[in-house]
Ligand binder design. Structure first.
Ligand code: 0O1
Length: 380
Protein backbone atom coordinates (compact mmCIF):
# COMPACT_ATOMS: atom_id res chain seq x y z
CA UNK A 1 0.00 0.00 0.00
CA UNK A 2 1.52 3.29 -1.01
CA UNK A 3 1.92 5.47 2.04
CA UNK A 4 0.12 8.77 1.52
CA UNK A 5 3.41 10.65 1.60
CA UNK A 6 4.78 8.48 -1.24
CA UNK A 7 2.09 9.53 -3.69
CA UNK A 8 3.52 12.11 -6.11
CA UNK A 9 2.09 14.25 -8.87
CA UNK A 10 3.86 15.92 -11.81
CA UNK A 11 2.10 19.14 -10.92
CA UNK A 12 1.50 20.93 -7.61
CA UNK A 13 -1.91 19.78 -6.28
CA UNK A 14 -3.46 20.63 -2.89
CA UNK A 15 -6.34 18.38 -1.85
CA UNK A 16 -8.57 19.32 1.10
CA UNK A 17 -9.25 15.90 2.71
CA UNK A 18 -11.29 16.90 5.77
CA UNK A 19 -12.28 19.91 7.85
CA UNK A 20 -13.20 20.17 11.53
CA UNK A 21 -14.44 23.67 12.27
CA UNK A 22 -11.73 25.92 10.79
CA UNK A 23 -9.06 23.21 11.11
CA UNK A 24 -8.14 21.54 7.78
CA UNK A 25 -6.59 18.17 6.91
CA UNK A 26 -5.00 18.23 3.46
CA UNK A 27 -2.26 16.89 1.18
CA UNK A 28 0.01 18.73 -1.24
CA UNK A 29 1.20 16.36 -3.99
CA UNK A 30 4.38 17.36 -5.83
CA UNK A 31 6.88 15.49 -8.04
CA UNK A 32 9.26 14.94 -5.11
CA UNK A 33 6.58 13.74 -2.71
CA UNK A 34 3.38 14.57 -0.84
CA UNK A 35 3.14 16.93 2.14
CA UNK A 36 0.55 15.90 4.73
CA UNK A 37 -1.05 18.97 6.27
CA UNK A 38 -1.16 20.41 8.84
CA UNK A 39 2.62 20.13 8.50
CA UNK A 40 5.63 21.28 10.49
CA UNK A 41 8.62 22.01 8.25
CA UNK A 42 12.01 21.67 9.99
CA UNK A 43 14.39 24.52 9.15
CA UNK A 44 17.47 23.41 7.25
CA UNK A 45 19.66 26.50 7.13
CA UNK A 46 22.83 25.83 5.12
CA UNK A 47 21.44 22.71 3.44
CA UNK A 48 21.42 20.87 6.77
CA UNK A 49 18.96 20.55 9.65
CA UNK A 50 21.47 21.44 12.36
CA UNK A 51 22.69 18.49 14.47
CA UNK A 52 20.63 15.96 12.48
CA UNK A 53 21.29 13.45 9.72
CA UNK A 54 18.79 13.88 6.85
CA UNK A 55 17.56 10.27 7.13
CA UNK A 56 16.74 10.90 10.81
CA UNK A 57 14.67 13.93 9.72
CA UNK A 58 12.86 11.75 7.19
CA UNK A 59 12.32 8.93 9.72
CA UNK A 60 10.64 11.40 12.09
CA UNK A 61 7.94 11.93 9.45
CA UNK A 62 8.96 15.28 7.97
CA UNK A 63 7.60 15.51 4.41
CA UNK A 64 9.38 18.80 3.58
CA UNK A 65 12.19 20.94 5.00
CA UNK A 66 13.19 24.57 4.59
CA UNK A 67 16.31 25.78 2.83
CA UNK A 68 17.82 29.18 3.57
CA UNK A 69 18.16 31.38 0.48
CA UNK A 70 19.98 34.14 2.36
CA UNK A 71 22.70 31.91 3.80
CA UNK A 72 23.15 29.78 0.67
CA UNK A 73 23.42 32.76 -1.69
CA UNK A 74 26.25 34.14 0.46
CA UNK A 75 27.95 30.78 1.03
CA UNK A 76 28.55 28.63 -1.01
CA UNK A 77 26.63 30.76 -3.56
CA UNK A 78 23.48 29.87 -5.54
CA UNK A 79 25.36 29.32 -8.83
CA UNK A 80 27.73 26.89 -7.08
CA UNK A 81 24.83 24.90 -5.56
CA UNK A 82 23.29 24.74 -9.07
CA UNK A 83 26.61 23.53 -10.52
CA UNK A 84 26.61 20.80 -7.84
CA UNK A 85 23.14 19.60 -8.89
CA UNK A 86 20.90 21.73 -6.68
CA UNK A 87 20.01 21.66 -3.00
CA UNK A 88 18.48 18.14 -2.98
CA UNK A 89 21.69 16.63 -4.41
CA UNK A 90 23.90 18.89 -2.24
CA UNK A 91 22.28 18.05 1.11
CA UNK A 92 20.93 14.59 0.17
CA UNK A 93 17.26 15.45 0.89
CA UNK A 94 15.12 14.07 -1.94
CA UNK A 95 11.67 15.22 -0.74
CA UNK A 96 10.27 18.74 -1.27
CA UNK A 97 12.18 21.80 -0.08
CA UNK A 98 10.60 25.22 0.58
CA UNK A 99 12.89 28.24 0.48
CA UNK A 100 12.20 31.65 1.95
CA UNK A 101 12.95 34.62 -0.33
CA UNK A 102 15.74 35.98 1.86
CA UNK A 103 14.32 39.44 2.57
CA UNK A 104 13.38 38.62 6.14
CA UNK A 105 16.83 37.20 6.85
CA UNK A 106 18.52 40.23 5.25
CA UNK A 107 16.60 42.53 7.60
CA UNK A 108 17.37 40.36 10.64
CA UNK A 109 20.99 39.39 9.96
CA UNK A 110 22.83 41.66 7.56
CA UNK A 111 24.47 45.03 8.02
CA UNK A 112 24.03 48.25 6.06
CA UNK A 113 20.84 47.11 4.41
CA UNK A 114 18.73 49.39 2.27
CA UNK A 115 15.29 48.64 0.89
CA UNK A 116 13.59 50.41 -2.03
CA UNK A 117 11.23 49.66 -4.91
CA UNK A 118 13.99 47.84 -6.79
CA UNK A 119 14.72 45.45 -3.92
CA UNK A 120 17.11 45.10 -0.97
CA UNK A 121 20.83 45.91 -0.93
CA UNK A 122 22.97 44.70 1.96
CA UNK A 123 26.36 43.67 3.22
CA UNK A 124 27.01 40.01 3.95
CA UNK A 125 27.23 39.27 7.68
CA UNK A 126 29.89 36.70 6.76
CA UNK A 127 32.50 38.70 4.82
CA UNK A 128 31.04 42.19 4.37
CA UNK A 129 30.61 41.74 0.59
CA UNK A 130 27.83 43.88 -0.95
CA UNK A 131 24.75 42.25 -2.47
CA UNK A 132 21.58 43.38 -4.23
CA UNK A 133 18.44 41.27 -4.25
CA UNK A 134 15.47 42.23 -6.40
CA UNK A 135 12.25 40.19 -6.50
CA UNK A 136 13.50 38.75 -9.80
CA UNK A 137 16.92 37.82 -8.39
CA UNK A 138 15.34 36.17 -5.35
CA UNK A 139 13.23 33.93 -7.62
CA UNK A 140 16.30 33.26 -9.79
CA UNK A 141 18.32 32.21 -6.70
CA UNK A 142 15.53 29.93 -5.45
CA UNK A 143 15.41 28.39 -8.95
CA UNK A 144 19.18 27.81 -8.91
CA UNK A 145 18.73 26.00 -5.58
CA UNK A 146 16.07 23.86 -7.34
CA UNK A 147 13.58 24.77 -4.60
CA UNK A 148 10.12 23.16 -4.91
CA UNK A 149 8.12 25.88 -3.12
CA UNK A 150 9.51 29.37 -3.59
CA UNK A 151 8.48 32.45 -1.59
CA UNK A 152 7.96 35.91 -3.04
CA UNK A 153 10.35 38.64 -1.90
CA UNK A 154 8.52 40.74 0.69
CA UNK A 155 9.14 43.36 3.35
CA UNK A 156 8.21 42.30 6.86
CA UNK A 157 7.74 45.16 9.37
CA UNK A 158 8.54 44.41 13.02
CA UNK A 159 5.71 45.22 15.48
CA UNK A 160 4.83 47.63 17.04
CA UNK A 161 4.95 49.91 13.98
CA UNK A 162 3.04 52.89 12.60
CA UNK A 163 0.18 52.29 10.18
CA UNK A 164 1.83 54.38 7.43
CA UNK A 165 4.98 52.26 7.62
CA UNK A 166 2.96 49.04 7.64
CA UNK A 167 0.91 50.19 4.64
CA UNK A 168 3.98 51.24 2.62
CA UNK A 169 5.67 47.85 3.19
CA UNK A 170 2.44 45.93 2.47
CA UNK A 171 1.78 47.76 -0.83
CA UNK A 172 5.39 47.29 -1.98
CA UNK A 173 5.21 43.58 -1.07
CA UNK A 174 2.05 43.34 -3.20
CA UNK A 175 3.88 44.88 -6.20
CA UNK A 176 6.82 42.53 -5.56
CA UNK A 177 4.43 39.54 -5.55
CA UNK A 178 3.39 40.41 -9.10
CA UNK A 179 7.04 40.77 -10.20
CA UNK A 180 7.89 37.42 -8.57
CA UNK A 181 4.94 35.75 -10.31
CA UNK A 182 6.20 37.03 -13.69
CA UNK A 183 9.80 35.98 -12.91
CA UNK A 184 8.67 32.52 -11.73
CA UNK A 185 6.68 31.94 -14.91
CA UNK A 186 5.08 28.54 -15.40
CA UNK A 187 6.86 25.66 -13.59
CA UNK A 188 4.22 22.88 -13.22
CA UNK A 189 5.99 20.76 -10.58
CA UNK A 190 6.93 23.77 -8.48
CA UNK A 191 5.02 26.55 -6.74
CA UNK A 192 5.48 30.16 -5.76
CA UNK A 193 3.60 31.38 -2.68
CA UNK A 194 2.56 34.97 -2.00
CA UNK A 195 3.01 36.44 1.50
CA UNK A 196 0.23 38.41 3.19
CA UNK A 197 1.50 41.50 5.01
CA UNK A 198 -0.30 44.35 6.80
CA UNK A 199 0.96 44.11 10.39
CA UNK A 200 -1.76 44.26 13.05
CA UNK A 201 -4.09 46.49 10.96
CA UNK A 202 -7.15 44.50 9.79
CA UNK A 203 -7.96 46.70 6.79
CA UNK A 204 -4.35 46.46 5.52
CA UNK A 205 -4.43 42.67 6.00
CA UNK A 206 -7.68 42.56 3.97
CA UNK A 207 -6.12 44.67 1.20
CA UNK A 208 -3.07 42.38 1.07
CA UNK A 209 -5.06 39.09 1.16
CA UNK A 210 -7.42 40.28 -1.59
CA UNK A 211 -4.60 41.66 -3.75
CA UNK A 212 -2.67 38.38 -3.52
CA UNK A 213 -5.79 36.21 -4.05
CA UNK A 214 -6.40 37.97 -7.38
CA UNK A 215 -2.93 36.77 -8.53
CA UNK A 216 -4.24 33.19 -8.34
CA UNK A 217 -1.04 31.79 -6.78
CA UNK A 218 -0.50 28.13 -5.78
CA UNK A 219 -0.38 28.94 -2.04
CA UNK A 220 -0.46 31.78 0.45
CA UNK A 221 1.80 32.53 3.42
CA UNK A 222 0.92 34.77 6.33
CA UNK A 223 3.95 36.94 7.04
CA UNK A 224 4.54 39.88 9.33
CA UNK A 225 3.63 37.90 12.44
CA UNK A 226 5.67 36.33 15.26
CA UNK A 227 7.65 39.56 15.08
CA UNK A 228 7.20 40.72 18.66
CA UNK A 229 3.42 40.93 18.99
CA UNK A 230 1.57 39.06 21.78
CA UNK A 231 0.14 35.66 20.80
CA UNK A 232 -3.44 36.91 20.97
CA UNK A 233 -2.68 39.67 18.43
CA UNK A 234 -1.21 37.03 16.11
CA UNK A 235 -4.28 34.81 16.55
CA UNK A 236 -6.69 37.74 16.04
CA UNK A 237 -4.94 38.53 12.74
CA UNK A 238 -5.40 34.90 11.62
CA UNK A 239 -9.14 35.28 12.28
CA UNK A 240 -9.10 38.24 9.87
CA UNK A 241 -6.78 36.79 7.22
CA UNK A 242 -7.72 33.11 6.78
CA UNK A 243 -11.35 33.72 5.71
CA UNK A 244 -10.03 36.06 2.98
CA UNK A 245 -7.73 33.46 1.42
CA UNK A 246 -8.97 30.87 -1.11
CA UNK A 247 -10.09 27.74 0.81
CA UNK A 248 -8.68 25.42 -1.85
CA UNK A 249 -5.10 26.74 -1.49
CA UNK A 250 -2.59 25.93 1.32
CA UNK A 251 -1.93 28.53 4.04
CA UNK A 252 1.57 28.82 5.59
CA UNK A 253 2.17 30.79 8.79
CA UNK A 254 5.82 31.86 8.61
CA UNK A 255 8.16 31.48 11.56
CA UNK A 256 5.60 29.86 13.86
CA UNK A 257 6.07 28.49 16.37
CA UNK A 258 5.75 26.85 19.76
CA UNK A 259 3.49 23.77 20.05
CA UNK A 260 0.85 26.04 21.63
CA UNK A 261 1.10 28.54 18.75
CA UNK A 262 0.66 25.78 16.18
CA UNK A 263 -2.31 24.12 17.92
CA UNK A 264 -4.19 27.43 18.12
CA UNK A 265 -3.24 28.42 14.57
CA UNK A 266 -4.45 25.10 13.10
CA UNK A 267 -7.76 25.85 14.85
CA UNK A 268 -7.89 29.11 12.84
CA UNK A 269 -7.21 27.53 9.43
CA UNK A 270 -3.41 27.32 9.03
CA UNK A 271 -1.92 24.32 7.15
CA UNK A 272 1.90 24.78 7.24
CA UNK A 273 4.44 25.97 9.81
CA UNK A 274 8.19 26.53 10.08
CA UNK A 275 10.21 27.55 13.13
CA UNK A 276 13.80 27.40 14.32
CA UNK A 277 12.49 26.88 17.87
CA UNK A 278 12.78 23.05 18.15
CA UNK A 279 16.27 23.00 16.63
CA UNK A 280 17.72 26.24 18.06
CA UNK A 281 16.21 25.78 21.55
CA UNK A 282 17.22 22.12 21.38
CA UNK A 283 20.86 23.11 21.00
CA UNK A 284 20.51 25.11 24.20
CA UNK A 285 18.97 22.25 26.20
CA UNK A 286 15.27 23.12 25.97
CA UNK A 287 13.31 19.89 25.45
CA UNK A 288 9.73 19.86 24.11
CA UNK A 289 7.67 16.90 25.37
CA UNK A 290 4.05 15.76 25.72
CA UNK A 291 4.19 17.11 29.28
CA UNK A 292 5.44 20.55 28.26
CA UNK A 293 8.90 22.11 28.15
CA UNK A 294 11.85 20.81 30.18
CA UNK A 295 14.98 22.93 30.54
CA UNK A 296 17.38 20.05 30.99
CA UNK A 297 20.17 22.32 32.27
CA UNK A 298 18.15 22.99 35.43
CA UNK A 299 19.81 21.49 38.53
CA UNK A 300 16.65 19.53 39.38
CA UNK A 301 17.45 17.10 36.54
CA UNK A 302 21.01 16.33 37.71
CA UNK A 303 20.07 12.97 39.29
CA UNK A 304 16.80 12.18 37.53
CA UNK A 305 17.20 8.71 36.04
CA UNK A 306 13.89 8.93 34.10
CA UNK A 307 13.97 9.46 30.30
CA UNK A 308 12.31 12.54 28.79
CA UNK A 309 9.31 10.45 27.69
CA UNK A 310 9.30 6.66 28.09
CA UNK A 311 6.34 6.40 25.64
CA UNK A 312 8.11 8.23 22.82
CA UNK A 313 9.12 6.42 19.62
CA UNK A 314 12.31 8.53 19.56
CA UNK A 315 15.42 6.91 21.17
CA UNK A 316 16.60 10.34 22.36
CA UNK A 317 13.43 10.65 24.45
CA UNK A 318 13.22 7.03 25.59
CA UNK A 319 16.72 5.60 26.00
CA UNK A 320 18.66 8.25 27.94
CA UNK A 321 18.23 9.51 31.50
CA UNK A 322 17.52 13.18 32.12
CA UNK A 323 20.61 13.14 34.33
CA UNK A 324 22.75 12.09 31.38
CA UNK A 325 21.17 14.73 29.08
CA UNK A 326 21.67 17.31 31.86
CA UNK A 327 25.35 16.32 32.06
CA UNK A 328 25.85 16.44 28.28
CA UNK A 329 24.29 19.90 27.88
CA UNK A 330 26.03 21.30 30.96
CA UNK A 331 29.34 19.94 29.56
CA UNK A 332 28.64 21.40 26.10
CA UNK A 333 28.93 17.92 24.60
CA UNK A 334 27.92 17.76 20.91
CA UNK A 335 25.84 14.66 21.68
CA UNK A 336 23.68 16.81 23.98
CA UNK A 337 22.71 19.09 21.10
CA UNK A 338 22.07 16.08 18.86
CA UNK A 339 19.81 14.22 21.32
CA UNK A 340 17.67 17.21 22.41
CA UNK A 341 17.28 18.35 18.77
CA UNK A 342 16.26 14.81 17.83
CA UNK A 343 13.75 14.71 20.69
CA UNK A 344 12.28 18.10 19.79
CA UNK A 345 11.80 17.44 16.07
CA UNK A 346 10.29 14.05 16.99
CA UNK A 347 7.83 15.71 19.37
CA UNK A 348 6.91 18.39 16.80
CA UNK A 349 6.19 15.71 14.17
CA UNK A 350 4.24 13.60 16.68
CA UNK A 351 2.13 16.64 17.57
CA UNK A 352 1.36 17.36 13.89
CA UNK A 353 0.56 13.69 13.31
CA UNK A 354 -1.85 13.77 16.26
CA UNK A 355 -3.44 16.96 14.91
CA UNK A 356 -3.91 15.40 11.44
CA UNK A 357 -5.52 12.27 12.94
CA UNK A 358 -7.79 14.35 15.21
CA UNK A 359 -9.09 16.45 12.28
CA UNK A 360 -9.70 13.30 10.20
CA UNK A 361 -11.62 11.82 13.17
CA UNK A 362 -13.56 15.10 13.64
CA UNK A 363 -12.28 15.49 17.20
CA UNK A 364 -9.78 18.36 16.88
CA UNK A 365 -11.31 20.44 19.74
CA UNK A 366 -11.06 17.49 22.16
CA UNK A 367 -7.51 16.74 21.04
CA UNK A 368 -6.57 20.40 21.46
CA UNK A 369 -8.03 20.55 24.98
CA UNK A 370 -6.43 17.23 26.06
CA UNK A 371 -3.04 18.32 24.70
CA UNK A 372 -3.12 21.69 26.46
CA UNK A 373 -4.23 20.01 29.71
CA UNK A 374 -1.23 17.68 29.59
CA UNK A 375 1.10 20.64 28.99
CA UNK A 376 -0.49 22.53 31.89
CA UNK A 377 -0.25 19.55 34.27
CA UNK A 378 3.45 19.67 33.50
CA UNK A 379 6.05 17.08 33.97
CA UNK A 380 4.70 14.87 36.70
N1 0O1 B 1 9.70 36.09 4.00
C1 0O1 B 1 9.25 36.19 5.26
N2 0O1 B 1 9.75 35.37 6.21
C2 0O1 B 1 9.29 35.53 7.50
C3 0O1 B 1 9.86 34.73 8.54
C4 0O1 B 1 10.95 33.69 8.27
C5 0O1 B 1 10.34 32.30 8.28
N3 0O1 B 1 11.38 31.27 8.47
C6 0O1 B 1 12.31 31.16 7.38
C7 0O1 B 1 13.37 30.14 7.62
C8 0O1 B 1 14.21 30.01 6.39
C9 0O1 B 1 15.62 29.86 6.87
C10 0O1 B 1 15.66 30.26 8.30
C11 0O1 B 1 14.26 30.45 8.78
C12 0O1 B 1 9.40 34.93 9.84
N4 0O1 B 1 9.81 34.38 11.02
C13 0O1 B 1 9.05 34.98 11.97
N5 0O1 B 1 9.17 34.76 13.29
C14 0O1 B 1 10.22 33.89 13.82
C15 0O1 B 1 10.12 34.06 15.33
C16 0O1 B 1 11.15 33.27 16.00
C17 0O1 B 1 12.47 33.72 16.06
C18 0O1 B 1 13.42 32.95 16.72
C19 0O1 B 1 13.05 31.74 17.33
C20 0O1 B 1 11.74 31.32 17.24
C21 0O1 B 1 10.78 32.06 16.58
N6 0O1 B 1 8.17 35.86 11.48
C22 0O1 B 1 8.38 35.85 10.13
C23 0O1 B 1 7.81 36.62 9.12
C24 0O1 B 1 8.28 36.47 7.81
C25 0O1 B 1 7.76 37.30 6.74
O1 0O1 B 1 6.89 38.17 6.94
N7 0O1 B 1 8.29 37.13 5.50
Amino acid sequence: MTAESDVTSDTFQFKLLATDGKARRGAISMPRGTIRTPAFMPVGTGGTVKAMYMDQVEDLGADIILGNTYHLMLRPGAERVAKLGGLHEFGRWQKPILTDSGGFQVMSLSALRKINEQGVTFQSHIDGSRHEMSPERSIEIQGLLDSDIQMQLDECVRLPAGETEIERAMEMSLRWADRCKVAFGDQPGKAMFGIVQGGDVPKLRERSAEGLSSLDLKGYAVGGLAVGEPQEVMLDMLDVICPLLPAEKPRYLMGVGTPDDMLKSVGRGIDMFDCVMPTRAGRHGLAFTRHGKINIKNARHAEDHRPLDEESSCPAARAYSRAYLHHLVRSNEILGMMLITWNNLSYYQDLMSGIRAAIAAQRFDDFSAETQERWAKGDI
